[in-house]
Design a protein. Structure first.
Length: 100
């Protein structure tokens, strides 16, 4: 089970880094933490059930935080792009009125 969770964590973090290309430093750090947790999970031997449950809870927490941070960054990027488009359209319409 630890191997499956470790591979999922590595896949999640690499997928986020490749697909979304986070620009915020906090997003990159969270993705790096998720990658490190996945690698350490593969490297550690299986412990007792309490240890495995604690490790699973921590990995789930980091994975959720990583996804939420990437989502937040994507929303902020979309808002910034919409604001820039709106500003460019407003400027273009103003220039067209001044030329006419």
């Amino acid at each position: 089970m630890d191997t499956i969770i470790g591979v999922l964590m590595i896949t999640l973090s690499v997928g986020i880094l490749v697909l979304f290309r986070p620009r915020f430093q906090s997003s990159r750090i969270l993705s790096g933490i998720a990658l490190a947790m996945g690698l350490m999970t593969l490297g550690t031997a299986s412990g007792d059930m309490v240890y495995q449950l604690f490790q699973l809870a921590m990995q789930a927490t980091v994975a959720v935080c990583c996804v939420l941070q990437i989502r937040r960054e994507a929303v902020l990027r979309a808002r910034r792009a919409a604001r820039k488009r709106s500003s460019d359209l407003h400027r273009a319409s103003r220039e067209a009125r001044n030329c006419a």
